[in-house]
Design a protein around this ligand. Structure first.
Ligand code: FCB
Length: 458
């Protein structure tokens, strides 16, 4: 075990999201989300998988909370399914839907585990997509209304509120690349989605803060990486700048500085796209934040030319090509780059100071082989977690204000377009029996937390 140096107040947690684990998609009044619809599109999700049953967490919640407790974590980050709480995305709360999260909150508190709520982890009610989805401005207002329904019911017991999980994925994978729900391929729509997601975050945060009767922590979670030029060629530097602009600065600049980066606006204008920002929007988006959630999986190198050496893609836009790194990889084919996590965190501390950070997701998929008892001896995942936790410690030593680390994920689950083929859990799930078995990495994580608690004196 690598030595770790974290204060006693450092939070250790595990994370999940609603659609990836709950199942019960048509129970107690829940209506379809864009993911229910997308999963039915032939070829959209590997093996035609869907979240109809997933980990059946909706029916196994108390046992799953006991499992979380057994790991010794102090925090559980979960998401609330919008179409469960507010079917169709408009109107009053659905009592049966919110009741599930009410029970989950109580169960966690009884177990001594702090609930950390994410309001939106990608499951937009289908009706709102039919009305235009995130590219449509009204969706930001619908999101703020929905946030208040959840806040009204749970804020007496839930202290930490994350508005959005990874708006980059919602906008780019959902509306530009088309590989996530709703599967659209339209640059203008993706750019509008970026702005309306940020606006929805700002509106919801302002309203929740105004309604709060006790102290709360409000935040947003971004998936961030490092964008390096593959070579010293000017085209590669330009590609890395573009990737960093659209991946990191287009979110953090408005959130922290109340402006969009000029180079990103110029890049978009060059491609005939524009962020549909109206007067006052940036003030709303820049509403104060208490915590930034960072999801980190890997860093990337970029080239400004394609394999044929051309700097213009088939769409006529400048090439921004991810170049494979010569590194060991996970089952997602993602390179393993813990030192880049340190670099990212130190950079965030320097470029966007004064904002505490929690690693709200970090983890890895590997092709696990379970033994007859369902046990997985995942040295690879254990090493991944250990190296990234050490990378967080290194960033803290360099001054970065990192307050917690949550493993993705509590258990194997529905990995979006990859279906059930990619396993990120520290707990193994046998999908035929729904049996949960902690993997070696879970036992290691449990021991790390216990060891750390035992040795942290203040
Ligand atoms: C993140 C998502 C999470 C999970 C991990 C592997 O982008 O937030 O739901 O799929 O990747």
């Amino acid at each position: 075990m690598k030595p770790v140096a974290f204060p006693a107040s450092f939070r250790w947690g595990v994370a999940t999201s609603a659609y990836q684990i709950e199942g019960a998609v048509a129970e107690d009044g829940r209506t379809p989300s864009i993911w229910d619809t997308f999963c039915r599109v032939p070829g959209a999700v590997r093996d035609g998988d869907h979240g109809d049953v997933a980990c059946d967490h909706y029916h196994r919640m108390p046992q799953d909370v006991a499992l979380i407790k057994s790991l010794g974590v102090d925090t559980y980050r979960f998401s609330v399914a919008w179409p469960r709480v507010q079917p169709g995305g408009r109107g009053p709360v659905n009592p049966a839907g919110i009741a599930f999260y009410d029970r989950l909150t109580d169960e966690l508190l009884d177990a001594g585990v702090e609930p950390w709520v994410t309001l939106y982890h990608w499951d937009l009610p289908q009706e709102l997509e039919d009305a235009g989805g995130w590219p449509h401005r009204d969706t930001a207002h619908r999101f703020a209304d929905y946030a208040m329904l959840v806040f009204d019911r749970l804020s007496d017991r839930v202290g930490t509120w994350t508005t959005l999980n990874e708006p980059w994925c919602s906008a780019w994978l959902g509306y530009q690349a088309g590989v996530h729900a709703p599967g659209r391929r339209d640059l203008g729509a993706a750019v509008a989605a970026v702005h309306h997601l940020l606006l929805g975050h700002g509106l919801a945060t302002q309203r929740m803060r105004a309604a709060a009767i006790r102290e709360h922590t409000f935040g947003i979670t971004l998936n961030l990486g490092t964008a390096d030029p593959a070579t010293d060629a000017p085209a590669d530097h330009a590609a890395a700048r573009r990737a960093d602009g659209m991946g990191l600065r287009v979110f953090l600049d408005p959130l922290r500085k109340g402006t969009y980066p000029q180079d990103v606006l110029d890049d978009l204008a060059e491609q005939g796209a524009e962020l549909p920002s109206r007067d006052g929007d940036l003030d709303t988006i820049a509403t104060p934040l208490d915590v930034l959630g960072v999801n980190f999986y890997f860093g990337q190198d970029f080239s400004g030319t394609d394999e044929q050496g051309s700097s213009t893609g088939v769409d006529g836009h400048p090439v921004v090509r991810q170049v494979p790194l010569d590194r060991p990889r996970t089952a997602m084919d993602w390179p393993i780059t813990p030192e880049r996590l340190t670099r990212l965190l130190v950079r965030l501390h320097e470029d966007y100071p004064g904002l505490p950070i929690v690693i709200t997701e970090n983890g890895a998929a590997f092709d696990d082989a379970a033994d007859d008892a369902g046990f997985v001896s995942d040295e690879n995942r254990t090493a991944y977690l250990a190296d990234h936790i050490a990378a967080v410690a290194a960033a803290r030593e360099q001054g970065a204000d990192i307050r917690g680390y949550f493993a993705w994920s509590l258990m194997d689950n529905f990995e979006w377009a990859e279906g059930y083929a990619k396993r990120f859990g520290i707990v193994h799930v046998n999908y035929a029996t729904q049996q949960r078995t902690p993997k070696r990495s879970a036992l290691w994580f449990r021991d790390l937390i216990a060891h750390h608690r035992g040795s942290a004196s203040g």
